[in-house]
Design a protein around this ligand. Structure first.
Ligand SMILES: Cc1cc2nc3c(=O)[nH]c(=O)nc-3n(C[C@H](O)[C@H](O)[C@H](O)COP(=O)(O)OP(=O)(O)OC[C@H]3O[C@@H](n4cnc5c(N)ncnc54)[C@H](O)[C@@H]3O)c2cc1C
Length: 372
């Protein structure tokens, strides 16, 4: 009996599980290892923060999905891989063996190089921790009602969407909140066109969200951010939504990584150094096709990953996969309004939000055990 270990219930693995359930590989025990039973669909996280979705509306129940697909669900927060021994080590001291391993554990905002960030800022990932903290901020606000100052660090689409969503939720709850967005770049959304930036600059200004460009945060203390230049800034809550980073234990395990510490994979999503190991989503760095860390690519990698895991188990040649060059980005403004960006095409409106809402709900619904 062969052992296929799926590490992390990310956007690629939910599709892998669905497909393996429909076409189970012969003589194979499949295990999904995940720290949480519920995995979030991150495109809906800003909508959750804004109050448009409840917890179950934007999460997939991995345990149920596994049960339907004949996959064993194991609670495990991986802290290391021993590729020579074909073993994954979990934080509770247990270990999981594999013949073929697939990694889809996502990423976390880079915070290790900023003193105090891990202790005094709320990282947006792991999402489960962020959601608990956000719920407690909202709960505390019900009782004291005092005005809040929230600083969001990270001027990319994720940080900005969160800032707008928080602002919307605070207003909806009749709370006064001053939201400040910090970015080390000269503008918000540095990887988007000036047209997209202008739309969001307009929205942020209208909402009274203060943007602090060229403000690299170099240290955090409890309730205080220290920009490289300028005065320390005080805030009751500091949300950390900077660029994606990989956990250090991936590189420490001896698996070849790209220059940012993500698993270096070929066009078959297979590790360059360890052919029995595959990776997809944010944690994978496709060496021939570098792409931004975005859920769209993780979702698209699901089907070719499923195919190649089947092939690896049966010793067949792997298929090559090329990710699309441009992907549709649907960025919300917190108030059921969104902007669609596809290459040079930029559209905005309430209808764009309804479109995004439809796509996002459909994705999550596809992995509800009762949907099939
Ligand atoms: C606020 C915000 C909004 C975003 N909005 C969008 C959007 O609208 N569209 C878009 O395309 N992208 C969006 N992104 C980017 C998107 O979140 C990521 O690109 C996407 O989630 C990556 O998917 P994944 O499958 O690689 O991993 P994830 O979806 O992050 O899933 C990883 C899974 O692995 C598990 N895991 C983590 N560590 C371990 C471990 N050590 N051991 C075992 N399991 C582990 C986690 O619990 C989780 O279930 C957004 C990001 C943020 C922060």
């Amino acid at each position: 009996m062969k052992r296929l270990l799926l590490l992390g219930g990310g956007h690629s693995h939910v599709e892998v599980i669905r497909r393996l359930g429909l076409q189970p590989p012969r003589d194979t025990r499949i295990v999904l290892a995940s720290p949480d039973r519920y995995t979030p669909y991150s495109g809906m996280l800003p909508g959750f923060v804004a109050g448009h979705y409840d917890f179950h509306g934007c999460h997939i129940d991995l345990e149920r999905l596994c049960k339907t697909a004949g996959v064993e669900f194991r609670e495990c927060h991986a802290v290391g891989i021993d590729p020579a021994a074909n073993r994954v080590d979990c934080s509770d001291g247990s270990a999981l063996d594999f013949d073929v391993l697939s990694i889809n554990i996502g990423s976390t905002p880079a915070a290790h190089d900023v003193p105090g960030a891990l202790d005094h800022a709320i990282r947006v990932k792991p999402v489960s921790t962020f959601i608990n903290t956000w719920n407690s901020i909202l709960e505390a606000g019900k009782h004291d009602g005092a005005p809040l100052r929230i600083a969001v660090v990270g001027g990319g689409a994720g940080g900005m969407e969160l800032a707008l969503a928080m602002h919307f939720r605070m207003l909806a709850g009749n709370r006064t909140a001053a939201i400040h967005l910090f970015t080390d770049t000269p503008t918000i959304l540095p990887s988007h066109s000036s047209g997209v930036r202008r739309i969001f600059e307009r929205v942020l200004e209208k909402r009274g969200i203060a943007v602090h460009p060229r403000s690299k945060i170099i240290k955090i203390e409890r309730g205080v951010l220290f920009p490289e230049s300028g005065e320390p800034f005080h805030a009751e809550h500091i949300v950390w939504a900077t660029a994606a980073s990989a956990p250090g234990w991936i590189a420490a395990s001896g698996i070849q990584t790209d220059e940012r510490g993500f698993v270096a994979v070929n066009d078959a999503l297979q590790s360059l150094s360890h052919p029995r190991i595959f990776a997809a989503g944010d944690i994978a760095g496709m060496v021939n096709h570098p792409r931004p860390k975005s859920g769209v690519y993780a979702v698209r990698q699901g089907p070719p990953l499923a195919e190649n895991l089947q092939r690896a188990l049966s010793g067949k040649p792997l298929i090559a996969y090329t990710p699309q060059k441009i992907a549709l980005a649907l960025i919300s403004t917190g108030d059921k309004y969104a902007v669609a960006v596809y290459g040079v095409i930029v559209l905005e409106g309430k209808w764009v939000w309804r479109w995004k809402d439809y796509i996002d709900r459909r994705f999550v619904a596809a992995y509800r055990a009762d949907a099939r």
